[in-house]
Write a protein of this length. Structure first.
Length: 116
């Protein structure tokens, strides 16, 4: 089993920045990738960004390209999401995702609120 714990959410004004963290524990030796999804009220969960654990390739949703940066610390089994130039439409619960051996694992989520 894999456990994911997110941190770093909060309230920020439009144009501001936040940094999310997600630490993985448990059976993480077969991690393929980690990433972030988000879900706003009344909307479906959507992909935000992901990073390959081996090689470090990164992938972003068009809506966050140029504003968000995903990174990882393999030694700490932690993935980060640096969010800059935040917009009110970025408001959502951000969920950490880990893919290993074909399975998806999810964190509990952390709330990001952006005031206009």
């Amino acid at each position: 089993q894999v456990q994911l714990v997110e941190s770093g959410g909060g309230l920020v004004q439009a144009g501001g920045s936040l940094r999310l963290s997600c630490e993985a524990s448990g059976r993480t030796s077969s991690t393929h990738s980690m990433g972030w999804f988000r879900q706003a009220p009344g909307k479906e969960r959507e992909f935000v960004a992901a990073i390959r654990w081996s090689g470090g390739w990164t992938y972003y949703a068009d809506s966050v390209k140029g504003r968000f940066t995903i990174s990882r610390d393999n030694a700490k089994n932690t993935v980060y999401l640096q969010m800059n130039s935040l917009k009110p439409e970025d408001r959502a619960v951000y969920l950490c995702n880990l893919v290993a051996e074909g399975k998806h694992y999810w964190g509990q989520g952390t709330q990001v609120t952006v005031s206009s």
